[in-house]
Design a protein around this ligand. Sequence first.
Ligand code: CDP
Length: 219
Amino acid sequence: MTAAAPAAPVVAIDGTAASGKGTIARALARKLHFDHLDTGALYRAVAALVLRAGGDPASRADALEACKAFRPGIVPDAELRSAAVGEAASQVAVLPEVRAALRDYQISFAAQPPGGRGAVIDGRDIGTVICPAAAAKIFVTAGLEERARRRWREIHARDPAKSYEAVLEELTVRDARDSGRAAAPMKPAPDAVLLDTTDLSIDAAVAAALEAVRGKLEA
Ligand code: CDP
């Protein structure tokens, strides 16, 4: 009888909108040769499908209809990244049925990452709900005004009419909705390393995350 192969390690990166968690997760995956899963893109895809159908992202029936049509990769990246889709994503993400519909895909990815070496998964509830046994967990945040500046710079090229104040307001609403919801609220896992990127360059934030993760993976 052969022993079961040990499960591939999972690095869980959770955090607030525009904190840098996606950039950090992609960089860690590249450096560790792990696969990366952006779980926000799953919620964004469900939201985009609701909007395409002319539905209401706060409606349970409309969101569940979109979940039935959902397949990874079904919505192009440019459509996923719009501010309207981000806002609608945080509305569909409140619904426990939507979270349940996306859970199996995330758990399977964590258990069997396509490359077989390990997975870096980013989102809001990875360390708390999807992979509570993750080998390493980081909760990334940054001051609200700095996050609003980053998000405003990101969207300015494609939406020059959008003001910094409007972006700040949207992030405030989204933070409150993400951390205030009953189903899998955004919060650091008790064993997560907290990483505040307010005053860090991307390189410095990635280096800090890598150091925290390497310590856990080698432990
Ligand atoms: O990039 P940004 O941080 O703005 O957003 P995102 O990570 O793409 O996530 C969009 C929305 O999906 C979030 O505001 C959350 O409401 C929701 N989400 C979630 O509830 N759980 C996750 N694991 C990932 C995203």
